[in-house]
Write a protein that binds this ligand. Sequence first.
Ligand code: HEM
Length: 364
Amino acid sequence: MSAWPEHALAAASHRDPYPYYLELARRGWARDEGQGLWLAASHAAASAVLASPACRVRPAGEPVPAALDGTMQGQMFGRWLRMSEAPIHQPLRAAVAACLAVLPSEEIQRRAQGLARRFLAERQANGKGLDGLADFLPAATLASLLGWPERSLLHLSEQVAALCRAVAANANAAEREAGEAACQMLNAELSTLADAGWLARWRRAFEVLGEDALCANLLGALFQSRDAGAGLLAAGIAWRCAGPWDWRDDAEWRRRLRADPVLHHTRRFVAEDVELAGQRLRAGDQVLVLLAAAALDPAGPGEAMDFGRGRHACPGERQALAIARGALAALEEIGPDWEALDGSMVFRGPPNVRMRRFGAGASK
Ligand code: HEM
């Protein structure tokens, strides 16, 4: 592997992308002609893009990727909070954030720990087993809290994975077909759950927004938890491989996430000409917001940016950390061979996630 990442989209899987990010953060803005992207790398540039109403989460005129037109996935995608802009974004965000906020961290951690314990009881705690745990636990914990029966959680997490692959920009026809089947199955299963507990809370919060918005955003929350949640959990394991650390402390997670982030970038589409942090952008431009570089910027406040900023910032940060803590608590009980895991670790995952894999990339 070369000393410098080939380009920003390859940086998250590079062994040491941080000198590269630091250099970009010092420059503030850069243009990558090869990828057709502006890179917003300083804290000021990244924050300005995330705060600007001119920078949207979807390209103007294409709220849903054309490849998903006429599918159930496309309908879901178009209703997701993550893919929405004003005026619907604000009420959707209020509803999703309120539902996530009602769950106490201790309850989430306990549920995650119990599920992780039972998952590991049926497998070896080797690289492959831990990759499987990272893929399984985030969506499974949320689904379990919604009332999904435990026997179908493994299947559920595989369906959510299929959905993630299907909506990726580089998905092929077979992946989109599998995603469509997964989407239909998840919806059908959702409709069989008892309307009680946390699910009843979601239903109340979505009374005005409607049933379609509710179903889409329940699946949207599972979708959002999946890749980033696996990356977070695997980072916690990798740091544990290097020696004991205080994973019970959220402040310690944030300190580590600033130095070695999990979520490296997000994308924005410029809807109208605008000048942000000294850079002129034109309608139709695409911007890669380098959260990992912005967190390192010596001129910034020195905070982790993994969970984003501004109006689309992650409403699931506390919940994601509780799930990762639950996994580490279960792993400490069985004491895997941390040294062997460390030796087998590689970086391999979606372009925006620094995803550690311990089982030579075989996660199933
Ligand atoms: C319990 C697990 C999680 C849930 C339920 C969740 C949910 C969400 C939702 C609903 C959004 C869209 C917010 C909006 O557009 O207004 C979002 C955004 C985001 N999430 Fe999460 N998330 C989870 C885990 C994570 C993790 C583990 C990370 C990072 C390691 C992360 C990073 C982000 C980022 C960076 C954004 C903003 C993206 C952007 O501005 O383009 N999330 N999340």
